[in-house]
Ligand binder design. Structure first.
Ligand code: 5AD
Ligand code: SF4
Length: 460
């Protein structure tokens, strides 16, 4: 029996793919190991969204090249976005035996078995990634998803479910449409069936995934299903308590419906991750984001009016080509007005093949990007801190994830009651002391201390 070690880089969608691939390997008779030392197969699930993510994979492969000098039988497979982006070039790397794109993951166990037996390099990617995905491939992906997308052991009681694949939005900086292919929404019956099976296995929280999940649209005869319909159907499944969904694109389309289901249905969590990327209309246009800063603010204001208590999070890119001090000030201004719970801030990284990379010079110096990143983070930290403080003395419902990885200083250290970590429905991180068997359970915690990104409290 061969041992497989899997390392995952990148987003939730990659984590979801890893979880399915793990199940597929188990079913094919492989066993999983968490040490490269014991592995016969090393599988790396990769991300291409920024150069930094790719560089980490390249250095990992360099390390594996050394290991393979003494263990030539070790099979190394690269899957995910980098596999699709670099294809044959990646296969030339001395350490790499298999390159398998996101569309080809249903073949992964077969490719690995062949590589073990035949000692030959294997390439499985899509030649013309923007061509409509052929039906046989969609069917294979669907089958893979229904067979292996029903277990998620990463966090007890929680699971992720893809509701769509790919992206058709072509934001000018983004590599996703070129590595994940055209946007395809999965049939609602398949999604609901998958969630039902997860609920039967004890899953309480499901997060629906899509690159722009609010664009979900499935036509069945006369009926058009949007994300709000899927959320409503999923909320009727017994055992499912919380439903979340990421990531949203700022657009009017289906937005009212989604907000309404959030307001009406207690199981749909009041949390909206809705990246703005910039606060400057000039930069938004150059990014091919189809809204202005004002339209964006109108959307989130509408969200706050329709869904009282909603928490909003965002993403920003600083140092996009042509971003002046004035453009950056507009971003700072938007962040101040938006009052996010938290935001993720990235330095622009040119991605080969994207229109921004083809047409625009990466004109903002790295030092300026770094400075803007730090400045924007500081603005957000102040806001996050103010919003966190509003929780002081309040009792929140928390779904416990497990032991806190980095013990926080306020703990009354007690070996019987280690520090646990969980999240509220609005995605706030909560740290408190409790018994570890609470992982996967809902508890109530009284907040006694706050920091910008974490609430601390006592179990009640
Ligand atoms: N450079 C920097 N950040 C990027 N993102 C996407 N592409 C790039 C890029 N080329 C960011 C966006 C997106 C998040 C997942 O990653 O903010 O929302
Ligand atoms: Fe990339 Fe834009 Fe699609 Fe998001 S919506 S995956 S940023 S192209």
């Amino acid at each position: 029996m061969s041992n497989v070690f899997i390392k995952t880089y990148g987003c939730q969608m990659n984590k979801m793919d890893t979880s399915m691939v793990t199940c597929a390997f188990k079913e094919a008779g492989f066993s999983l190991t968490d040490s490269v030392k014991d592995a016969d197969v090393v599988l790396i699930n990769t991300c291409s969204v920024r150069d930094h993510a790719e560089q980490r994979v390249i250095s990992h492969l360099g390390h594996l090249k050394h290991i393979k000098k003494n263990r030539p039988d070790l099979v190394v497979a690269v899957i995910g976005c980098m596999a699709q982006r670099l294809g044959a070039e990646l296969l030339e790397h001395e350490a790499v035996d298999i390159v398998c794109g996101p569309t080809q993951i249903p073949q992964i166990t077969e490719l690995v078995t062949k590589a073990i037996n035949e000692k030959q390099k294997k390439l499985a990617i899509t030649k013309n990634i923007r061509r409509k995905t052929p039906e046989y491939q969609t069917d294979a992906l669907e089958k893979f998803e229904t067979s292996f997308g029903i277990e998620d052991k990463q966090i007890p009681s929680q699971a992720f479910v893809n509701v769509m694949r790919g992206c058709d939005n072509f934001c000018s900086y983004c590599v996703v449409p070129y590595v994940r292919g055209p946007e395809v929404s999965r049939p609602p019956v398949a999604i609901i069936e998958q969630i039902r099976k997860l609920a039967d296995k004890g899953v309480k929280q499901v997060t629906l995934l899509g690159q722009r999940v609010n664009a979900y649209k499935y036509i069945a005869g006369e009926k058009i299903y949007c994300l709000a319909n899927v959320l409503k159907m999923a909320s009727e499944i017994e055992g499912i308590e919380w439903l979340k969904f990421v990531t949203n694109y700022p657009s009017e389309k289906f937005f009212d419906e989604i907000l309404q289901v959030m307001a009406d249905c207690p199981k749909v969590c009041k949390y909206l991750h809705i990246p703005a990327q910039s606060g400057s209309d000039k930069i938004l246009r150059a990014m091919n984001r189809r809204y202005t800063a004002e339209q964006y603010l109108d959307l989130i204001n509408k969200a706050r009016t329709t869904v009282p208590g909603i928490a909003i999070a965002g993403d920003f890119i600083v140092g996009f080509p042509g971003e002046t001090e004035e453009d950056f000030k507009a971003t700072v201004d938007l962040v101040k007005k938006a009052r996010y719970k938290n935001c993720f801030i990235f330095k622009y990284s040119p991605r080969p093949g994207t229109t921004a990379d083809k047409r625009l010079k990466d004109s903002v110096p790295l030092e300026v990007k770094k400075g803007r990143n730090i400045e924007l983070l500081a603005v957000q930290e102040q806001i996050s801190d103010e919003l966190s403080r509003e929780f002081l003395g309040k009792v929140v419902k928390v779904l416990v994830e497990g032991l806190s990885k980095k013990p926080h200083l306020n703990s009354a250290e007690n070996p019987d009651k280690p520090q646990l970590i969980g999240r509220t429905e609005t995605d706030y991180i909560v740290v408190f002391n409790g018994i570890s068997s609470l992982a996967g359970e809902f508890v109530k915690v009284k907040i006694t201390k706050t920091s910008p990104l974490t609430l601390f409290g006592e179990l009640i």
